[in-house]
Design a protein around this ligand. Structure first.
Ligand code: SF4
Ligand code: SF4
Length: 428
């Protein structure tokens, strides 16, 4: 573990000279650099695209080491790195052979295919770099082999995207490659050098910020400047995947009021079009897809459960609504129509300035504003006020409030009278 005093009190000449006030130099972390080896298995590269769109933190902040306390990341990425060929692969070989001389993490995008199947036909499913075979030829090294070789020495293995976390689309029904997740491939007993099972950041594609924030949190722990982040029972960052999509959805109020879209493009809740948001754990709509913009329901799309184990089979066919909605949406429709009326009543009859309420109309030059919709509103209004007044004497316009105002007014008048009489005495 790092020397906490050294990290927090700034045990350096710079800190001593600067000021008598306490100085915090988080960049005094004992770990300055961490290598990140990105592996792409059975993937579409969408996770890479999502990650480079992250804003909080950005990839640029991570690779330039500009976040206080966080080690600088040396990123080895098959698409983003500017080197290629043997020069690019050298660090992978060094890490595998124990010659890297720096801690590293492995980030896997895409599921892990069963290379034994491809091997039977003399091929491979996904590979990176090459090795010299017995016959002197150069043969590709499967990325599954890299994962197997690099995982034991890694500070952490981070599976990014649903293919890497649960198997995803390559592992769906009809899977000929026997594609599987990183945790299925490494096995239940796998622990990283830091003692962690694989960390899972699902999503197809994942929210970019979820990826970079997880990497940053793990590195802060590695550097000794942060606690071990909270992970749930499936190794997901708990604070990101605790809640359902539905709880953060911009359309949740419509669901509650029993208002459902019957076709795409409408603004109501999409559950009857096939949205699985009520049972899916994902922060997409509250965080936004890229740069805090977009996100499924924000832009009119249904939730197809892409962050969940079992995706896509568990949620297909996507054009059919979930069986549970036959109960839940009909219940919402029944109760929601009354809830909706009550809310509109409150807005119509109570969101009025006191003067408007007294005269019973709104002097708006913009439109005719009606504060009542007849006898139903009158009856509801009567009970509404009764219920609102239960348990308190201090409602606006109540006899208690008027008595208090009279008493305050009497007190002020007598105080003013006394002041006037004192002033008159001083003059005389
Ligand atoms: S659109 Fe989906 S997530 Fe949003 S309120 Fe409706 S069911 Fe819930
Ligand atoms: S809201 Fe649903 S479909 Fe959209 S990213 Fe989250 S889990 Fe996937």
């Amino acid at each position: 573990m790092p020397d906490g005093d050294n990290i927090l009190s700034g045990n350096s000449d710079r800190a001593k000279k600067a000021s008598p006030l306490p100085t915090f130099l988080l960049d005094d972390s004992p770990i300055k650099e961490v290598h990140a080896f990105w592996l792409a298995g059975m993937s579409c590269d969408g996770c890479s695209i999502a990650t480079v769109g992250a804003k909080n933190p950005t990839v640029e902040q991570l690779v330039t080491g500009s976040i206080p306390g966080l080690p600088k990341i040396i990123l080895h990425h098959p698409v983003l790195s500017v080197t290629a060929g043997d020069t690019f692969m050298k660090a992978y070989h060094d890490a595998r052979d124990g010659k890297l001389d720096a801690p590293y993490v492995v980030i896997q995008e895409g599921s892990v295919a069963d290379e034994r199947i491809a091997g039977m036909f003399g091929g491979y499913w996904s590979g990176m770099g090459s090795r010299v075979a017995a016959d002197g030829s150069h043969q590709p090294i499967p990325t599954a082999q890299w994962l197997k070789d690099l995982a034991p020495g890694a500070a952490a293995v981070i599976a990014v995207g649903t293919c890497a976390t649960w198997g995803g689309i390559p592992a769906a029904s009809g899977n000929v490659t026997n594609a599987m997740s990183v945790m299925d491939f490494l096995g239940k007993d796998y622990l990283s050098a830091l003692g962690l099972p694989p960390i899972n950041v699902p999503g197809c594609a994942p929210v970019g910020d979820n990826v970079t924030e997880t990497v940053a949190s793990v590195l802060m722990f590695l550097a000794g400047v942060g606690p071990l982040p909270e992970f749930d029972e499936l190794g997901r960052p708990a604070w990101m995947f605790k809640s359902t999509v539905h709880r953060g959805c911009v359309r949740a109020g419509n669901y509650e009021e029993g208002k459902f879209a019957s076709e795409y493009g409408q603004k109501e809740c999409l559950v009857e079009l096939g949205c699985w948001g009520p049972v899916v754990q994902c922060n997409m709509v509250s965080r936004g897809a890229l740069g805090h913009n977009g996100g499924c329901m924000n832009t009119g799309g249904i939730c197809i459960g892409c962050t969940m184990p079992g995706f896509p089979d568990a949620f297909a066919p996507f054009y059919k609504r979930a069986p549970g909605t036959m109960v839940s949406s009909n219940l919402s429709r029944t109760t929601g129509s009354f809830v909706s009326y009550l809310r509109q009543f409150t807005q119509r009859s109570r969101n009025l300035a006191p003067q408007w309420r007294q005269v019973g109309k709104v002097p708006s030059g913009w439109a005719n504003v009606s504060s009542s919709k007849g006898s139903m509103d009158a009856v509801v209004g009567f009970f509404y006020d009764k219920v609102k007044q239960i348990g308190t004497e201090f409602t606006p316009g109540s006899s208690r409030q008027k008595a208090l105002q009279r008493s305050a007014s009497t007190f002020l008048s007598s105080a003013q009278e006394a002041q006037r009489s004192d002033s008159a005495k001083e003059v005389s």
